[in-house]
Design a protein around this ligand. Structure first.
Ligand code: SF4
Length: 245
């Protein structure tokens, strides 16, 4: 029995050091301050939130992918020539061994962006912390569902977001559906001790180029009025809402 327990411990320790990954590919960054930069995307699978509009359900609602060690993930990412790497999800910071992975991905002067919803604190290294706090309208529509309650209780962690803003080069990206959401962004920013409007980006919600264009018509002047940045989702315009782009 003892040996079996020891063996079990070993297996658990090993699985705790793995990260679930659903895709690794090279494309052009289509969002945020580094738009247009050729980048390798490492997408982990699994998320502690459940946004109704999630455009990567295969990494949240129905997580897919293999459990891999940090060195295998790093090895696969180096099959592509881009020197910028984007660690995204899902929520990459749910994994305990993400710090080791970040160190490896950054090795050799590669530039690492981490995409996170900013609800979990991890001591990681990166060159750009891309934080996308989720607004109240992001919750699953079924208000009686367990995920609605869990999502709402987890989505806002100003303490975590502020810690990241103080310690990293950052961008704050908000997904907005309408002016009500945009006003909620202003209330959110008011709760932070400080922020740089040049690093606060508002992106229209949507996965169709036409609807993004319509939303841009009101959101661009709105952002100018409040000293924030409009953030197009260029990868959808360039490639459509397709995996691997
Ligand atoms: S936090 Fe991101 S990955 Fe998670 S459900 Fe929301 S949009 Fe999807």
């Amino acid at each position: 029995m003892k040996a079996e327990a020891e063996n079990r411990k070993g297996v658990d320790a090993q699985s705790a050091s793995l990260l679930r990954v659903c895709e690794i590919y090279e494309s052009i960054q289509g969002e945020g301050l580094l738009t247009g930069t050729p980048s390798v995307f490492v997408r982990t699978s699994g998320c502690n939130l459940r946004c109704w509009f999630c455009d990567t359900p295969f990494a949240s609602w129905q997580p897919e992918g293999q459990h891999l060690s940090w060195d295998e993930i790093d090895h696969q990412s180096r099959k592509f020539p881009a020197s910028h790497v984007v660690l995204t999800g899902g929520e990459p910071l749910i994994f305990k061994s993400v710090s080791t992975l970040c160190q490896a991905l950054r090795h050799g002067k590669r530039h690492l962006t981490i995409e996170t919803a900013g609800t979990l604190h991890r001591d990681v290294e990166c060159d750009l912390m891309s934080i996308s706090p989720k607004l109240s309208s992001s919750a699953p529509k079924q208000t009686a569902s367990t995920w609605h309650r869990v999502h709402q209780s987890r989505r806002e962690r100003l303490d975590v977001v502020w810690t990241y803003m103080q310690n990293y080069a950052y961008q704050l990206k908000f997904v907005v559906n309408n002016e009500e959401d945009a006003l909620e962004v202003l209330r959110y920013l008011d709760l932070l001790p400080d922020y740089d409007g040049e690093r606060v980006l508002l992106m229209p919600q949507g996965t169709e180029a036409e609807s993004l264009k319509r939303q841009a018509e009101w959101l661009i002047p709105w952002c100018r009025k409040y000293g924030l940045r409009f953030c197009p989702r260029d990868h959808i315009t360039w490639f459509g809402n397709r995996r691997g782009t």
